[in-house]
Design a protein around this ligand. Structure first.
Ligand SMILES: Nc1nc2c(c(=O)[nH]1)N[C@H]1C(S)=C(S)[C@@H](COP(=O)(O)OP(=O)(O)OC[C@H]3O[C@@H](n4cnc5c(N)ncnc54)[C@H](O)[C@@H]3O)O[C@H]1N2
Ligand code: MOO
Ligand code: MG
Length: 424
């Protein structure tokens, strides 16, 4: 076996708080640039420019009902006893323009969404009318007064010409796509997705399609990270595993940093004999940002910079790997995309169950958010160890448990960070 034991001084590490670690990363946010994509490919992307309305919306006075466009004054004193007959002089389907001027005593049959003739000031719905044909002439019979302005949507009812429609930095979802389509933006300016390389370490890792072998496990972290990267707005690239030989590993990481915007490794970052990442983040070309964070899971989370690009060495333990990404990589990707608030949103909640574990580091405990009682209550996962994989899927928050010598009781107020969930 061609293994090279790591020898570096990885035992002496200066621990900093999670907030301080985030603050060390954010100065390296570089804009990821702009590209134009078809509207059909813009879902989930981040808008790169403010968008203003090139015209009012609606653009023309629009009928809200199938019925008749009339002049309201023609229905004055109209009643069942004294009905009014208006001659139907035009038919206006949706998409067609009125062809004949509406004069007093006349009406146009009109469909929902069609342009109302300029002279008409109200639309009466079909159900309130009766059609009559006398001597080959078609009339509409009305039996009550119709006030002006009924069932007509005025020009600019939703949006005035020049209004700001969408903010740069927003995430494009169904509502935004509807706006873009309405205003004719077939090509959408979006932020280029940061290109993120993911490399695993460790001789125990099997590919997902390989049969299980005793003493080995399937690599789950790189697939989990790929999902987190995509969901955060980046484009994941799963590279080959890093070998244990230090020089070769250094070369592979250097190449990855030259080719991608961000590089993430998982595993090999603690103090074990083959934990080579601690040595890799030191060197003449590499600036270490931190290699110990006062948090659990993920206390060994490490970040370094080479040529202005970030290398994250996340823990191999799945729980710690997940949390390390959410706290440190997600905000960097969000910042590169111009998101106004790239960090996980923080809420205040009540702790739903006792959390008896003591710790002198802050814990980011995966948990479940319940809103059914009308106030947010968070329940820690029953298995929340760093090495535990199975409960990551059940979590929609990270409950922030500050350092404690007694544990925390149910009912106490805690902070929780909302996880946004996977997109594919
Ligand atoms: N003597 C000490 N031992 C450990 C310490 C310590 O302070 N002193 N820290 C512990 C803590 S805390 C953590 S977290 C882990 C960090 O481990 P590494 O980042 O070095 O990761 P590995 O040693 O490579 O693996 C740990 C664990 O994770 C599994 N793993 C690794 N990669 C993957 C992957 N891609 N998919 C799924 N699972 C993966 C690996 O098989 C191990 O079980 O160190 C503690 N030890
Ligand atoms: O660094 Mo480890 O994830 O604290 O458990
Ligand atoms: Mg290790």
């Amino acid at each position: 076996m061609n293994k090279e034991a790591s020898t570096g001084d990885k035992f002496h590490r200066q621990a900093i708080s999670a907030a301080a670690a985030q603050a060390r990363i954010m100065p390296f946010v570089a804009t990821s640039g702009i590209e134009r994509v078809k509207i059909t490919e813009s879902a989930g992307r981040i808008l790169a420019e403010d968008i203003y309305a090139p015209h009012p919306y609606p653009y023309f006075r629009r009928s809200g009902m199938d019925g008749y466009a009339i002049i309201s004054g023609d229905t004055q004193n109209c009643s069942a006893e004294q009905p009014v007959l208006l001659e139907v002089v035009d038919q206006i389907p949706c998409g067609s323009l009125p062809a004949i001027q509406i004069l007093p005593g006349t009406a146009a049959r009109i469909m929902t969404g069609a342009k109302v003739p300029d002279e008409a000031d109200t639309v009466v719905m079909l159900e309130m009318t009766e059609q009559k044909v006398q001597d080959g002439v078609t009339y509409v019979k009305l039996i009550r007064e119709i006030p002006p302005g009924k069932n007509i949507t005025p020009v600019g009812f939703e949006v005035a010409d020049g209004d700001k429609l969408l903010d740069k930095g927003c995430k494009i979802s169904a509502g935004e796509i509807s706006v873009l389509a309405t205003f004719g933006l077939a090509e959408v300016p979006v932020m280029r997705r940061p290109q993120v390389a993911v490399l695993s370490t460790g001789s125990e890792l099997l590919k997902v399609e390989e049969p299980l072998q005793d003493g080995k496990i399937r690599n789950s972290n790189t697939y989990m990270l790929a999902c987190q990267i995509a969901e955060a707005g980046g484009e994941p690239h799963l590279l080959e595993a890093i070998p244990d030989q230090l020089d070769r590993a250094r070369q592979i990481i250097s190449e990855a940093l030259a080719s991608y915007d961000i590089v993430i490794t998982t595993g090999g970052v603690s103090v074990g004999d083959y934990d080579i990442m601690a040595d890799l983040v030191k060197g003449p070309d590499v600036e270490l940002l931190f290699n110990k964070v006062m948090m659990r899971p993920g206390s060994v989370t490490t970040a370094a910079v080479q040529d202005g690009k970030l290398l994250f060495a996340l823990s191999g333990n799945p729980g710690a790997c997940f949390v390390g990404f959410e706290l440190f990589v997600r905000p960097l990707i969000g910042g590169m995309l111009g998101r106004p608030q790239p960090f996980l949103p923080e809420i205040e909640a009540e702790l739903g169950a006792d959390y008896p574990k003591i710790n002198n580091f802050t814990r980011f405990v995966r948990g479940r958010l319940e809103l059914s009682t009308g106030k947010p209550v968070v329940y820690p996962a029953l298995l929340d160890e760093s090495s535990v994989m199975i409960t990551i899927k059940d979590s929609d928050v990270l409950i922030v448990i500050p350092p404690t010598t007694t544990g925390i009781q149910a009912g106490e107020k805690v902070k929780a960070l909302k996880l946004s969930g996977a997109a594919w």
